[in-house]
Ligand binder design. Sequence first.
Ligand code: PMP
Length: 281
Amino acid sequence: MERIAYINGEFVPESRARVSIFDRGFLFADAVYEVTAVIGGRLVDFPAHARRLARSLGELSIDPPADAPDLLSIHRSLIERNGVEEGSVYMQMSRGAADRSFLYPHASESTVIAFTQEKKIVAHPAVARGARVITADDLRWQRRDIKTVQLLYSSMARTRAAESGCDDAWLTEDGVVTEATSSNAFIVTGGRIATHPLDRKILPGITRSVVIDLANDGGLKVEERAFTIEEAIAAEEAFMTSSTTIVLPVVRIDGVAVGDGAPRPVALELRRRYLERLSDG
Ligand code: PMP
């Protein structure tokens, strides 16, 4: 059965959702996106995703094609039309179609598309065994705080990880871990949690921010500071966060066990609290 997708004001079967060959998202990666998790048929932290999307558009001077309430109703309608219980809604906005030119066009209408994907989030298969990661140089552009569709390097690194039997790559630059290909990276060392500070080198993850709040509320110390791969390998724990994986324990980095090589208590406890928060809400 075909999914129902959203494109520029219409809900259509996915095979009928088409964009122009001149779309700047296609030609220049001139587009931004969000992925919002769906758990129990409900969107998780939609307002934070809508705020980040508005910021990404602003940083690229793309006129916002819709406001947050309209975006929310598109998301809800897609969940309902596709009967999604658990998974995500992907939404992308490009600057629109215009004859190919490096200059931003004067007038172009944003292309807005959205679709759903079903995925196990609560019972994510990598939680029980823990994730294994490789390391790779962070060769992405220098505005990683903007959530653009320019994901080729991340896709290369993730594919390389999979080819060596791993789940993801932790990216390093100037000797420190920035983040993973689509998650924020954390370690626990000396009983304190550390994660890269918010700047242009990483995406300000929604899950990162919720997990920091949960840790602080639970009396855990969190330091937003850079850390090295050596520090991560020697840490008591390592984990990563994203909307569709929540908190994923990392048990091996470049083949070396972190801690005892099994998922560890701080990561598992933060994951439990995150899920508890959803059932409270
Ligand atoms: N970093 C990168 C590079 C990402 O692509 C993502 C996922 N979109 C994240 C971190 C995690 O962000 P979030 O918790 O908002 O899903």
